[in-house]
Design a binder for this molecule. Sequence first.
Ligand SMILES: Cc1cc2nc3c(=O)[nH]c(=O)nc-3n(C[C@H](O)[C@H](O)[C@H](O)COP(=O)(O)OP(=O)(O)OC[C@H]3O[C@@H](n4cnc5c(N)ncnc54)[C@H](O)[C@@H]3O)c2cc1C
Length: 386
Amino acid sequence: MGARYAANRNVDAGPGRQTSVSHLSPYIRRRLVTEAEVVAAALDAHGPDGAGKFIQEVIWRGYFKGWLEHRPSIWESYRSGLVRDLAELQENDGLRSRLEAAEGGTSGLECFDVWARELTETGYLHNHARMWFASIWIFTLRLPWRIGADFFLRNLVDGDPASNTLGWRWVAGLHTRGKAYQATASNIARFTEDRFRLRASELAAEVVPLDHEEPGGLPPLRPLREVSAPQARVPTALLITEEDCGVESFGLSGLDIQACATLAGSELRSDRPVAAAVSAFEQEALDDSVQRSGLDARRLRAAQPPALADWATEAGVRQIVTPYVPEGPLRDHLLTQLPVLERRGISLCELRRDWDRAIWPHATAGFFKVKKRIPGILRTLEMRCR
Ligand SMILES: Cc1cc2nc3c(=O)[nH]c(=O)nc-3n(C[C@H](O)[C@H](O)[C@H](O)COP(=O)(O)OP(=O)(O)OC[C@H]3O[C@@H](n4cnc5c(N)ncnc54)[C@H](O)[C@@H]3O)c2cc1C
């Protein structure tokens, strides 16, 4: 988390040799360990200057989440665009076979094929490899970016709607408008320690941002959704999802908790098959969370509605309390459940973390706006900083 991270985080020496990055993302993404905890550990070990780069990277996650909260229609348009892209595959045999080769690691471009297999076999890719892969997918192989984002989301154990969708949009030149990310042979050779030596002609010579796809520019900002505090002395059910497995840190002792359930939602990441490793990791994370909460819990699956409403009704509760569910497939699912719950007189109450409260209001434009506020954000959170 200190100087070695800052100096070497861009180096991808290959699976089993990526010793300069933390591999914490599947845990942080589900808040098995929270952003605040890793940042506090980094500050303790290295101080604000030494840990600066690591802290900045952790804050990127919050920035992307907040940015998507401000523009939920970007998530909706990703989902509907993906449906259109996949439908087109049925009509276009050439595109379908190029896509199968890309996803199966047989495109003929060595580095890309190695990364495709690494992703499906391990559920992880180094950040730099994610950038190169997405750039080659879009600009060299000329495949639809949303199907690439879907390929990542279905296979990454840390798959996250905000970081993934906006990471792909960033590479495509849709996030920082007009500025796309170009993978180059020299950069790949340097940061893979010469594992891959490509000829420049194997990669797209120029990258033209995809902003023509969205001629109207970015949608207007929406205010952050309000959350209301749960009511004490009301029969309550606690719901745990992979969006936040750290329920024990919310201090729920004032609530009349009569039932607890976990809601597994990773199957909702895509209409195409989601890797077994992703669902297995999610279930283990949820089980771990239940164990730490000390409660007995029912296991529910979002892919089997109306499991949630039936469970809450059976438990005789009046409110369901859950850590905040940000934009993404699980939020889409909960929105379909709200009318059923309402009809049964059950409210859904979300808990938002101070970490999100401190970052999200600033996540309205580019990362720079958040970056310059990092010392202030850490002070708000009462973390030691300059
Ligand atoms: C196209 C693309 C898609 C991506 N999809 C995802 C995704 O689905 N889920 C996901 O968690 N990350 C995603 N990322 C961000 C980043 O690649 C991963 O978070 C990081 O590689 C995880 O490895 P690590 O824990 O070893 O990272 P480290 O370098 O050790 O970083 C520490 C922590 O900081 C956060 N972080 C680091 N880099 C980023 C970043 N660029 N954006 C957001 N958070 C970051 C993560 O929580 C990470 O665990 C994507 C990046 C790109 C370019």
